[in-house]
Design a protein around this ligand. Structure first.
Ligand SMILES: [Fe+2]
Ligand SMILES: [Fe+2]
Length: 288
């Protein structure tokens, strides 16, 4: 059996913690929970840090934390590790410093020594993990397009930003890709929808554990925010012809957004997926 575990939004900080006091201890509480899942691969869909794009030592710190798990892992950057655009960079000069440099010289690429698109094979699954900035100065979409053309089996695509709204109500009805990657979101979404072998898109950023549809059979899964909340991820098991998806509780807070941003929703219902049965995603597209 092949098992992928998906978490996101660690928001790791070196001491002294500047934005989230106690975040390191909170993250450490998830270590045994992650190790107990014994995955073939742990995937982390960005916001590894709170200000790694400003201070490379933050990314080096989270890399040491991830290395210390003793698990094979694949991490991609979020907007706090690789700022999405100059507007965000100006508005949040520490948390989202825009690095106007080629990919290889960014703090993320130089710390994790990886390309804007990473391709990993795990059992029958091809995982394609994309790091995306507004305008795609790194050519990640071109690489993804070529890789999608070459697929001959089921694939999961990983990115930081959700491509459709993850909730109908409250803050997440509008907080997603908008303001980050508006100019390249349609191209990414269209690439995914054009390749039926892509079975799911795994993302983060919204700090809530959600399941939505991108169109057709394509499912979008957001993990919660493992550090600041909602502390939850996904366990994805290949079982026979299907991918079986279950919730993985993390060791941190179960909610993130304040009640006044949730409309009338119950905070746990808003932040966590409450299905009793595993979510079943067929590995093969249905024939129509
Ligand atoms: Fe985040
Ligand atoms: Fe984010």
């Amino acid at each position: 059996m092949t098992r992928i575990v998906h978490v996101s939004d660690l928001h790791f900080e070196l001491a002294p913690e500047r934005f989230k006091p106690g975040i390191r201890q909170i993250l450490d509480r998830s270590i045994p929970l992650l190790q107990a899942t014994d995955p073939d691969l742990l995937v982390v869909t960005g916001d590894l840090t709170s200000y790694g794009c400003f201070d490379r030592s933050q990314l080096m710190g989270v890399r040491r934390w991830l290395d210390g798990l003793g698990l094979a892992y694949l991490a991609i950057p979020g907007n706090h590790d690789l700022s999405a655009n100059t507007v965000r960079g100006s508005a949040y000069p520490i948390m989202e410093t825009y690095e106007a440099v080629p990919w290889k010289r960014t703090n993320f690429a130089s710390t994790f020594d990886q390309e804007p698109l990473v391709i990993v094979q795990e059992g029958p699954l091809t995982l394609l993990a994309i790091a995306l900035r507004e305008g795609d100065p790194d050519g990640a979409l071109e690489q993804l397009s070529a890789a999608l053309d070459d697929l001959d089996g089921p694939a999961l695509v990983l990115g930081h930003y959700p491509l459709v709204a993850t909730k109908d109500l409250g803050v997440l009805a509008t907080f997603g890709y908008e303001g980050y990657i508006d100019g390249v979101r349609d191209r990414l979404l269209n690439l995914l929808l054009a390749q039926p072998l892509v079975r799911a898109y795994l993302c983060g950023h919204v700090h809530a554990q959600t399941v939505t549809t991108l169109g057709g059979e394509l499912v979008q899964l957001s993990a919660g925010g493992l550090g600041p909340g909602a502390s939850a991820g996904w366990i994805l098991d290949v079982k026979g012809p299907n991918l079986e998806v279950r919730s993985l509780p993390g060791g941190g807070p179960r909610a993130f957004w304040p009640q006044e941003m949730l409309g009338d929703c119950d905070p746990l219902d808003y932040h966590l997926w409450c299905g009793n049965e595993p979510l079943i995603i067929p590995l093969s597209p249905s024939v129509s």
